[in-house]
Write a protein that binds this ligand. Structure first.
Ligand code: SF4
Length: 280
């Protein structure tokens, strides 16, 4: 059994927090650049130009792309043949987040209790999603999530008899209702099926998919393109000031579900669609 040390996990999570907040993934940069050439609205074009300048500057200076450096959502895929030594995985992840946010001078936005709201001052605890997988490696993805976009998430328990068009309309309505709040151009993550909580997780995982990749199932790939077209006809545009580019991508993840239901979760990401991955 291969051993993975907690101290390596701490250092990796620390570095990923800083990396994700300061350096936008290449596919997202490309998508914003391409959006600029597609956008017809002069205001929309100017905003997209500002976004390009902003992420370029952040990249060069190693500064956060946005002041909201998010809640640290951490996905860990742990190989069944690996053994964590020197402590608990969750503690190591939280220590990595604490170091990343304090040593990287990233804004700490987490409160210790949803009602009494005292800042923990180190952005812990993280939201940790652990999955046991094949092999002996640990894959860690840090995806800091700003709450301008997170607050616009929705989950609808649809009737199983709805048509595909009605499902598409549910997603489009969620984006329409969100308007400018999630800082468009957005990425739309959709989770279809499973149960209540799995659909939400599917929607969040959908946001990690590279923007130049469609769902491997042609049925859902076609649906992604169809919803994207409808969303971009809403006219919300970059930063909600009007235009053709409201969303850069719609990613749908589907899962088997119960005969009596059809959970439909929509999780939006802003133009700062941040995530960084490392394998130990
Ligand atoms: S939604 Fe995104 S771009 Fe808007 S403030 Fe939050 S992190 Fe920044």
């Amino acid at each position: 059994m291969r051993e993975i040390r907690c101290e390596d996990i701490i250092q990796t999570v620390r570095d990923l927090c800083i990396q994700a907040n300061c350096h936008l993934p290449e596919d997202v940069r490309q998508a914003i650049c391409e959006a600029k050439s597609r956008e017809k609205s002069p205001v929309g074009q100017a905003i997209l130009g500002d976004l390009v300048n902003n992420y370029t500057f952040a990249d060069e200076k190693n500064l956060p792309i946005c002041q909201d450096t998010g809640m640290a959502v951490v996905f860990c895929d742990l190989g069944q043949e690996a053994h964590i030594t020197g402590g608990l995985l969750a503690d190591a992840v939280n220590e990595g987040v604490r170091k990343g946010y304090t040593e990287g001078f990233l804004r700490c936005s987490v409160v210790s209790d949803p009602l009494r709201r005292v800042n923990t001052n180190d952005n812990t605890p993280a939201v940790l999603h652990l999955r046991l997988v094949d092999g002996d490696k640990l894959t860690i993805t840090v995806a800091p999530k700003g709450f301008g976009s997170e607050n616009m998430a929705s989950l609808t328990m649809l009737k199983p008899s709805v048509t595909r068009e009605q499902v598409e309309q549910t997603i489009v309505d969620a984006v329409s209702k969100a308007g400018s709040n999630p800082c468009p151009p957005i990425v739309v993550g959709v989770g279809l099926g499973g149960d209540f909580e799995l659909s939400a997780l599917l929607a969040k995982r959908a946001l990690l998919r590279p923007l130049d990749e469609d769902n491997p199932d042609p049925y859902y790939a076609d649906m992604e393109h169809s919803v994207l077209e409808k969303v971009n006809r809403l006219g919300i545009g970059p930063q909600g000031l009007g235009g053709k580019v409201t969303a850069l991508k719609v990613s749908i993840e589907a899962h088997p579900t119960h005969i009596a239901g059809l959970p439909c979760a929509v999780n939006l990401n802003c133009h700062v669609t941040r995530h960084a991955t490392a394998v130990l």
